[in-house]
Design a protein. Sequence first.
Lengths: 158, 718
Amino acid sequence: MEETLRFKLNGKPVSLTVDGDRLLLWVLRTDLGLTGTKYGCGESFCGACTVIVNGEAVRSCQTPVKEARDKEVVTIEGLAAGNGLHPVQKAFMEHDALQCGYCTPGMIMNAYSFLRKNPAPSVAEIVEGMDDDLCRCGAHKRIILAIQAAAKEMHGGL
Amino acid sequence: MNEYQYWANDPEEAAVPMDRRGFLKTTGTGIFLFFKIRDISFFTQEGPGRVAQQNVPSDFNAYLKIGEDGRVACYTGKIEMGQGIVTSLAQMLADEMDVHIDNVDMVMGDTDLCPWDRGTFGSLSTRAFGPSLRTAAAEARRVLIEMASEQLKVPVKDLATEGGAVFDRTNTKIRTTYAALAKGKRIERHLTDPVVVKKPSEFKIMSKPLTRRDAREKVTGKAQYAGDIQLPGMLYAKILRPPAHGAKLLDVDTGEAGKVEGARVIRDGDLVAVLHKYPDVAQAALSKIKAKFDTPPANVDDRSIYDHLLKVAPGGKVVAQAGDLASGEKESSSVLEQTYLNAYVAHAPMEPHTAVVKIEGKRATVWASTQAPFGAREEVAKELGFRTEDVRVITPFVGGGFGGKTAHRQVVEAARLARLSGSPVQVAWTRSEEFFYDTFRPAAVVKIRSGITGKGRISFWDYNVYFAGERGAPHFYEIPNHRTTAYNSSWVGAEGAHPFATGAWRAPGNNTNSFARESQIDIMAARAGVDPVEFRLQHLSDAKMKRVLQTAAEKFGWKPAKSPSGRGHGVALGIDAGTYVASIAEVEVNKGTGDVRVKRVLAVQDMGLVVNPAGATIQMEGCITMGLGYALREGLHFKGGEITDLNFGTYEIPRFSWLPKIETHILDDENSPPQGGGEPAIVTMGAVIANAIYDAVGARIFELPMIPSRVKEAIHKG
């Protein structure tokens, strides 16, 4: 069913007419041209498609776009203000917390959401919080270091 | 914006057809230096069987450009898939030329802009391409100094270079820049004679750790992969797939799919696809297709595969031998005969195979996730009946390859559908298609008979590997009587051997071979009652391997003990891509469940000259982490040609909670040529964990992956 949906995307209002059952991932990537959010598995196993909806990390490959109605959606493109970098992005760069980079947007969005809830996590808490995000290159050790560093830099504030 | 991403903001602009023959003309003014990979033996040694074998180019296979803007670019057919050569190759170029690394552009994997290259695999970019790149850069610097000498009227011997400038060292105010020297000129040089490159003591950029140059694009979501290419009028194609390899399409009803608004159904022989401007709508429409397939009976599955492979194995090829096995056996006080197995393993890169193809007249432009853009170009040209030079393959960032993207069926599918539909087409495989059409690491068998004398010396070694490939099969120990035989010496199986495609998987062959060899060595050490590190040292004469092992033992804090010691410590050695590796692991085994927890992995590596210590370290960490997968969990389930693991729900890959404490050390060996970095540290992961499990609980595991039920069974067997 086509319907007109309004929501906030990366701080700006968006209005689009779309079949509300279509999945947020594909609407973001194709209708809205934001290709930073990736398809990895289509079944919520890997986290490459993670975006933030009203402060919560969600798997956009399993989220109908209608669930974003009147909400605030943040994608990797909107995480930082202007041309700057969010501390989580900066920490990923500084710690070489990526290789092929394909899982990186999802990792960063999940890490961001996780740190909002737990601003000073232990390593065990980071592992638990990130455990459903898959990386095939094996950057895990670096990602943990980056999240620790980002937490430190943010001093609990985002 | 870095130039290697020149296409990123405007794919349309990049899609303007270029005259292949005149491609150098389009590169404008500047100073050009053409070079080829000097040591052509690298081309013939190894590589994916699927890449069309071409003659090694006699002309050149990479070039440098010094532009009027002072930027230096390297044009190479190599691609970046996470391994980090976009950084390490730039370091070599910047250092040899004395330019700031921020002024270096890597233009990679574009078949119109870059000369022919066989592909990016085998940890070859640094060790085979790197030395030639350095030489070319040194020559470019020499040419620039000569030009500056003429312009500045200063003898060459008085000139020095720094930061893209040439100056008189006796009066540094007399100076010019590379940019000024290149201005308005078109100078072409072919590198013929070897040039002197910098000594390690002169390095300013090489051998210094540098973070990834592509990180900013990747953390901001700006980095584009093939699936991020969106062209006007482009349609996403979803293709009807058989339930099993070998299944034949009997009947298909596409009526309902065709009713979906905006969907186009294409049928061409066995190819049935739905095209739509949205990929998810195309997928939904595809699911409405009713199809009947004739699926051949499943004659083999993941349990019976090993017997099958042994039954169909071709004759053996002896790859190494010395002495006499029979006389060695006579001297033995113990003879140990073991069979090692490993399952099929998926590449499972996070980015599934993807391609976009646009056809204009008799020309095609392709954006593909591929490790072999020139191979992909050949396949597209063949499929479309175009001349090779009329197909341009552009390689955006590749989201992981590990060998799996040397095969590119998806590119051919996209080309075929672009031709049939008349529109630009994107084919992006779903995860289940990625599993189904993967060129898996082959299931393989290794049979070893070996013996030790009463004095604890290895007396003979009869090593037989089936279907893994011969890489890593020859041992490196002091054994007087030995023979290594490979049956089906490639990772690509003979016809009828495997129920689906197999291919090169990160350090192909060597993971299987190192698991078997290092397990068997451990078994002999235990039989001899000697500490496994000590037993290895007693049988090593190679100073490099000894140093690697001794360093590992020292850094780990290895305390000699006869295994099983109950501590859960294991060791394993390997050589891959010219690099020597020693790994030591500590594990904890739950005797009740058979669950293995790897607590610590330490790896020491001698890889010759290290171009980017940060990049090399990350590759080692990646190898260790990825290696946990094939060691502990990854083994494909299938029934005949039906693959039953089609997503990460049943096919588990390593995750954060598996992570051991990882320690890596790279030995200082800067005066030796650089060796491979992307693969070596993964080869020891099977054996180092198997040996640690044995040390923990006294149970020997002969089959990978070491899933809990298998470990539990081995413990109960005693």
